[in-house]
Design a protein around this ligand. Sequence first.
Ligand code: DAT
Ligand code: MG
Length: 149
Amino acid sequence: MERTFLMIKPDGVQRQLVGEVIKRFETKGFTLVGLKFMKVSRELAEQHYAVHKERPFFGSLVEFIISAPVVAMVWEGKGVIASARKIIGATNPLNSEPGTIRGDFGVDVGRNLIHGSDAPETAQQEVSLWFTEEELVSWQLAVTPWLYE
Ligand code: DAT
Ligand code: MG
């Protein structure tokens, strides 16, 4: 079963959207397999966003991610990587469709509330960067037969 890494960024936590965000993934039918509330170290933030190292916003992005607590999560389900990106919405909240998390709650690209892995390879990398095997829980929702044919 596919897994993806999601992180509610400091703005999402400060805006008190943790429950709202988790609810959207729960009601969609995905399974939570990892969850932690944490302050992010500079080293982890830089590793996580290493692909953007040369971009002009890299410094402020890292400062922002380490500025206040985040919620790191791993979610599981059929097609969860691409589906989570759709639920999250476009990178710039002004371009995100209403009904998406960024479209419903954000206005600024530097305050877009949540991160989601963008592809199977990055999902795998990010899950193992943020979580140890022991921190991930393999379990099955009791409603599985009502979610999957
Ligand atoms: P996404 O988070 O949708 O995968 P990304 O990987 O292109 O977007 O960029 C990572 C984060 O960097 C993004 O969530 C917010 C920030 N960012 C991206 N483009 C930016 C820009 N032009 N100005 C400021 N911050 C930006
Ligand atoms: Mg990205």
